[in-house]
Ligand binder design. Structure first.
Ligand code: ZN
Length: 110
């Protein structure tokens, strides 16, 4: 894989210190052995430095392992990832939840 392609892939990641998206110039490819790459990344925003090892699979037979059906995968593939607030909301909900699922789903006993 070309060094430029590896750098381009890294631009989809964010700095773990400040959240700034990495730019191609932030990434230095130190070397690789087959699909294993050794990278030095310097955030252009906060100047934090990280050494990253990344396995970049270049084969075309990539298989996704999931419990989702094909229809569910299509439905959720463009969904946003849960935010920290989403996790906090769920934490608060579960802290108060009494286990009454029928009350949540509006199920009434006959
Ligand atoms: Zn940063």
């Amino acid at each position: 894989m070309e060094e430029r392609t590896v750098k381009k892939l890294m631009t989809s990641l964010k700095c773990t210190s400040c959240g700034h998206n990495y730019q191609m110039d932030d990434v230095k490819v130190l070397g690789n052995h087959q699909d294993l790459y050794f990278l030095q990344v310097t955030c252009s925003s906060c100047h934090s430095q990280f050494l990253i090892t990344a396995t970049i699979n270049t084969s075309d037979n990539t298989q996704i392992i999931s419990d989702l059906t094909d229809a569910e995968f299509v439905k959720f593939q463009d969904s946003r990832s849960p935010s920290a607030n989403d996790v906090l909301d769920m934490h608060s909900f579960l802290k108060e939840f009494d286990g009454d699922f029928s009350g949540i789903f509006g199920y009434r006993k006959v």
